[in-house]
Design a protein around this ligand. Structure first.
Ligand code: PLP
Length: 460
């Protein structure tokens, strides 16, 4: 009886929460009609790789939140660090030369974890703000160099760099442009190296070089004196984990350097161990003038981002006097304290080495077993990022029309069996916490197999 009434009270509280949310919460990236129909998903707790939802349902999160919870959810040592720093210094800003021990040490730490020429960090609250900051710093750099007209920016199709006006413009996602009258003037796109989708009859190698040379064509059309910055993700994780070959990166950089175009590398998802490295782009031979860090920097325990700046850029910026840019909570002590603890955990628990040397290869190997499924065109990945590209016809690489929602049907079928994977276009993305174990990987593969079978059965 007492148990029944406790359950009733919980249900009433849950209903109140759902009603409050439905009435008052404007959600990001949410279909309003679907929300009204199904109601919000109330996540009440999380631990390790597990989410606890509403009335005790448990989900295995193979997406690490949004690719950010690298050390896993709900760690006591992170909670202790948060409480400690709140007790010491709950806030002070970093404007006009103010700092605090956590932020200063974090800035030093980031410079030690990245290539030798990256030694300065500007702190933000998100990846979007860090990328937005990079665009502004590049504009300031070119002004100081006496080339103020070099303000145009090139990014790639399918790119995701954020949700602010400029970063949404950089995204190679037409839906994000159409909704808001974007892109802003002076933002251009070149093709992504998504060969499986768009490579046609070209070999993957030839297609990649065609994509790189599209930058040359852009420069010829717009003028090297007007393009100042090229934005790239080392791997387009949000586009379905799309890779580019070392030959592509070499050619793209050759063209950028020939035309004096700075390169911004967005490591928002790929950083902090997801690919088994602190940052992944050096492995691809990319030399960055700017690097964006976010997500895994705090493992999602606090909102954070950083725009890292190469020495040669920082030297020029230093000539500019006062930086006319900053956020109230840039370099927040509690956030920086948590980032430092997160970095310590990643290092002390050998999570990068494990991802690089054993867990990552095992994860990729097990997912490859899905490649023979009739709905699967290609399984791509490295470290703990994987994309399963769906296909309607393997021989021609023909895809299902996006409005058929095949990918969403498969991820829903997996969700019904307690496993969260992310549908993006025609690809399923997996990027689990770095603490995922073999049994969880095995379980995910078998759930995906059954979800693919279920949807394939409906389609045929
Ligand atoms: N860049 C990349 C590659 C991302 O994946 C994301 C977010 O998913 C962002 C930037 C934007 O980061 P935030 O959502 O923290 O603004």
């Amino acid at each position: 009886m007492a148990q029944d009434s406790a359950a009733d009270t919980r249900q009433q509280q849950l209903n109140l929460i759902k009603q409050a949310d439905l009435t008052h919460h404007l959600h990001p990236f949410t279909d309003d009609n679907a929300l009204k129909q199904h109601g919000p998903l109330v996540v009440t707790a999380a631990k390790g790789t597990r989410l606890f939802v509403e009335t005790g349902i448990q989900l295995l999160d193979m997406v690490a939140g949004l690719g950010c919870v690298n050390i896993g959810y709900g760690r006591e040592d992170m909670a202790e660090r948060a409480a400690q720093v709140v007790g010491e210094l709950s806030f002070y800003h970093t404007f006009q030369g103010a700092t605090n021990p956590y932020t200063a040490v974090l800035a030093k730490k980031l410079s030690e974890m990245t290539p030798g020429h990256l030694n300065k960090s500007f702190f933000t609250n998100s990846g979007s703000e860090a990328n937005e900051t990079i665009v502004k710093l590049a504009r300031a750099y070119w002004r100081l160099k006496g080339k103020p007209e070099k303000i145009q920016v090139v990014a790639r199709e399918y790119a995701y760099h954020g949700s602010t006006l400029m970063t949404a413009s950089l995204n190679g996602l037409p839906a994000m442009h159409q909704a808001y009258g974007l892109p802003l003037d002076g933002v251009h796109h070149i093709p992504s190296t998504a060969w499986y989708r768009n490579g046609g009859d070209q070999s993957p190698e030839d297609f990649a070089l065609t994509c790189a040379r599209a930058l040359e064509a852009k420069v010829e059309r717009i003028g090297a004196d007007r393009i100042g910055l090229l934005f790239v993700e080392p791997v387009q994780v949000g586009a379905g984990v799309v890779f580019s070959s070392p030959a592509y990166w070499a050619e793209l950089q050759r063209i950028a350097k020939a035309h004096d175009i700075l390169i911004a590398v967005d490591e928002t998802v790929t950083g902090f161990g997801r690919m088994g490295e602190w940052v992944y782009h050096p492995k691809l031979g990319i030399e960055a003038d700017f690097v964006c860090l976010a997500k895994g920097m705090s493992s999602g325990y606090q909102p954070v981002g950083a725009a890292m700046v190469a020495d040669h850029v920082a030297e020029v910026l230093a000539e500019g006097g006062v930086t006319q840019h900053g956020f109230t909570t840039s370099g927040h002590p509690v956030v920086a304290g948590l980032c430092l603890k997160n970095i310590e955990i990643l290092a002390q628990e050998y999570l990068l080495d494990t991802v690089r040397e054993s867990l990552g290869p095992r994860f990729q190997d097990r997912l490859q077993s899905l490649a023979d499924h009739p709905l699967v065109g290609e399984v791509r990945g490295e470290g703990l990022a994987a994309g399963i590209e769906l296909v309607a016809d393997k021989a021609t690489r023909r895809q299902y029309p996006l409005d058929q929602g095949v990918c969403g049907q498969i991820s829903n079928a997996a969700l019904m069996q307690g496993v969260v994977v992310r549908p993006v276009g025609n690809a399923l993305v997996l990027c689990p916490p770095l603490v995922v174990n073999d049994a969880e990987i095995e379980h995910t593969v078998s759930v995906l197999e059954s979800a693919l079978d279920e949807v394939h059965g409906r389609l045929t």
